[in-house]
Design a protein around this ligand. Structure first.
Ligand code: MF3
Ligand code: CO
Length: 256
């Protein structure tokens, strides 16, 4: 596992601060009648005005600044003028910011107005999966402890874990080793190193775990077309525990 230097951690923290602020801004943009294209354009400007750059833009040819995934779109939804938000939708906004060569990566799933009880529960459980995953997770533990806790929480609530997608190390590159799986055994995975930085991102389906790719070559949807939610933070592991670098300071879980 890559261990970051103190100087690198300063830059990662700055990238994460811009990412977090962009997500706070994203929340204010989510409204019925707005296109995901317009949301993406506003976020792109916000990131650049904040001194960062949108790292998804051009990544393996990805055509937008952010990924905006509505309802049955699990991840990598390409923002579009044809995707107009409507009351009852759930919308995942996934933002990766680069700052002086280092990255921050986070995702929130937002409701548009009032959503179904199932979608409300799905968003809540997906966020809880993240926090159950990092609960008591320390340097020296196997990453499988996190993977197992996430899977347990999702499945005990009647939901399923997408297998083909995972979290990842992050730093100089958006995606670094190791893969951070959202399912598995406690005895699996690498041991967490001091000063490792990981993007931890449960992707949880209301129905079955199977996915398919949209014809645009990016968007991933649930095969059964039931909704999916995503919650992600960039996390630094130190001697004293896990520090969530992209968490809103008014979040109910902040500094617990
Ligand atoms: N947070 C996403 C990930 O970790 C970002 C993907 S950016 C894209 O995979 F360019 F690949 F879309
Ligand atoms: Co990520």
């Amino acid at each position: 596992m890559i261990q970051k230097t103190p100087a690198e951690i300063v830059l990662i923290k700055k990238a994460c601060e811009i990412t977090r602020n962009a997500l706070i801004y994203a929340k204010s943009l989510i409204k019925a009648g707005v296109s995901t294209f317009d949301i993406d354009k506003s976020l792109e400007k916000f990131i650049i005005d904040s001194g960062g750059s949108p790292a998804c833009l051009g990544y393996n040819g990805y055509p937008a600044a952010t990924c905006i995934s509505v309802n049955d779109v699990v991840v990598h939804g390409i923002p579009s003028q044809n995707t107009i938000l409507k009351e009852g939708d759930i919308v995942s906004v996934d933002i990766v910011v680069a700052y002086k060569g280092y990255h921050g990566d986070a995702t929130r799933t937002f409701p548009v107005g009032v959503v179904s009880e199932e979608k409300e529960k799905l968003m809540k459980v997906t966020k809880e999966c993240f926090f159950k995953g990092i609960e008591n997770l320390r340097v020296g533990d196997r990453l499988g402890k996190l993977s197992y806790a996430i899977q347990q929480h999702a499945e005990s609530n009647g939901f399923s874990v997408v297998r083909e997608l995972s979290g990842h190390g992050i730093g100089r590159r958006m995606h670094e080793a190791p893969s951070v799986l959202n399912y598995g055994k406690v005895t699996d995975g690498p041991i967490i190193s001091e000063n490792a930085v990981l993007a931890i991102e449960p992707m949880i389906n209301a129905g079955k775990k199977e996915i398919a790719m949209l014809s645009d070559g990016w968007g991933i949807v649930t095969r059964d077309r039931r909704p999916s939610a995503h919650y992600e933070n960039t996390v630094l592991f130190t001697k004293t525990g896990a520090e969530i670098l992209t968490l809103e300071q008014d979040d109910e879980y902040y500094s617990r």
